[in-house]
Write a protein that binds this ligand. Structure first.
Ligand code: SF4
Length: 400
């Protein structure tokens, strides 16, 4: 399989979860478009959607989308499908005919239906199947990864990335201005505005690059946790990593034009991970969400710093390799603990991965990005189900 457009990796939508809110929202829209004269719909949520759907506002979004037709939501934690984010719609039309649709929310706000209506852009526009193949192609042509992407995407891709950059900045600004408690039983206070005020009142701390990154990661992730508008990158739960990496680059003196080009390569890493492995916490744990975001951030930073293609790939490899085994165990099913803090930690880790790639020559590397990605996916499959967005083990079990 080749790759679809990198636009699929960066989308604007409501939090708190791309797979548990945006995917089900899209599924409802698909049903409403396909069937007319609906008398009743029963939506059954399975596995991860059933176990963490309430904390992730899945029922809220389905109620909102189906508000004009009689409907019922069933949480079934007993029956299992091959994909943990499966929903079944049982539809009764006004002529009493019955229809059913099984829809899978595969992560990043994309869905798979039996009509194979997937995501924003389902057409494959890259014929290469791995990052290794892309690097070989670029070597032969003597071009950068950015040039390679520009050759394949629509003419408006840089404008699109510029729009994404602005949306991320706007989300950060909203996160710094809101002071309300986050929704849900945990009653968490938003930390970003407090951290920001503290920084302003502590002379010299505005130069602390990690503090600045953390403030951005918290601001964006807290917006997500409260159901605000965010840019999924590559998921809602991991949406704070790339904006925090942007803050790092801004502090280092890079401009919007340069950062926008870095976003292209971040998107390429994201679509490779989504196609060849997973970006779903329910399928492969947090390594597939925050781990992938970290790899995207590391590749973006290295691109903006004008590293070679192989060093950019090395940055992403280091980030993925050292996110292996990262579990998904959100407390009470809310995208809050450990998610918000984790965005800050892994944004900073992306800078480390990029720095390391500069001093460890890629030519000597024994582990390629594609190999690490394969291991990430296999590790995800091997993870005990309790650590794949079911909120039944780990922090979710011990933290009350
Ligand atoms: S722990 Fe990671 S994968 Fe799980 S909900 Fe939080 S951010 Fe998403």
């Amino acid at each position: 399989m080749g790759f679809r457009s990198i636009k699929e990796i960066f989308r604007v939508g409501h939090g708190p979860s791309s797979s548990h809110t945006m995917g089900p929202a899209l599924a409802c829209e698909y049903i409403l478009k396909k069937y007319i004269a609906i008398k009743h719909v029963e939506v059954t949520l399975y596995d991860s959607l059933a176990l963490t759907g309430k904390g992730h506002l899945t029922d809220y979004i389905i109620d909102l989308k189906l508000k004009n037709i009689p409907h019922q939501i069933v949480f079934d934690t007993k029956k299992h499908y091959s994909h943990p984010n499966t929903m079944v719609f049982n539809i009764t039309l006004s002529d009493d005919s019955k229809h059913n649709e099984t829809i899978v929310s595969i992560g990043g706000g994309s869905i798979v239906t039996k009509d194979n209506i997937n995501s924003l852009n389902s057409e494959e526009i890259y014929s290469e199947k791995t990052l290794g193949e892309i690097l070989n192609h670029c070597d032969k042509e003597g071009i950068s990864l950015v040039d390679f992407i520009l050759k394949h995407e629509d003419k408006d891709i840089l404008n699109y990335m510029s729009y994404i950059y602005e949306q991320m900045e706007a989300c950060k600004a909203r996160g710094l201005s809101h002071t309300s408690t986050l929704p849900g039983k945990l009653k968490l206070t938003r930390k970003a505005p407090l951290m920001f005020q503290q920084m302003l009142s502590t002379p010299g701390s505005e130069h602390d690059i990690h503090l600045n990154m953390a403030i951005t990661a918290y601001a964006v992730s807290e917006e997500n946790a409260s159901g605000g508008v965010v840019v999924i990158a590559p998921t809602c739960g991991s949406c704070g990593v790339i904006p925090a990496c942007i803050t790092y680059l801004q502090k280092k003196g890079y401009n919007k034009y340069q950062i926008t080009r870095g976003l292209l390569v971040a998107g390429l890493i994201g679509i490779i991970c989504k196609t060849n492995a997973s970006i779903s916490g329910a399928e492969a744990g947090c390594q597939a969400e925050i781990g992938v975001a970290c790899a995207m951030g590391a590749a973006m930073i290295s691109t903006v710093k004008e590293f070679s293609n192989s060093d950019i790939a090395q940055s992403a490899e280091i980030a993925i390799e050292h996110s292996l085994g990262l579990t998904c165990d959100p407390v009470d099913g809310y995208v809050q603990i450990p998610c918000i803090e984790r965005n800050a930690v892994f944004a900073i880790k992306a800078t480390t991965a990029s720095n390391l790639a500069k001093v460890i020559p890629a030519t000597n590397a024994k582990v390629s990005f594609d190999t690490s990605l394969k291991v990430m996916y296999q590790t995800g499959k091997d993870l005990n189900k309790g650590y794949r967005e079911t909120s039944t083990k780990g922090l979710a079990k011990l933290v009350q």
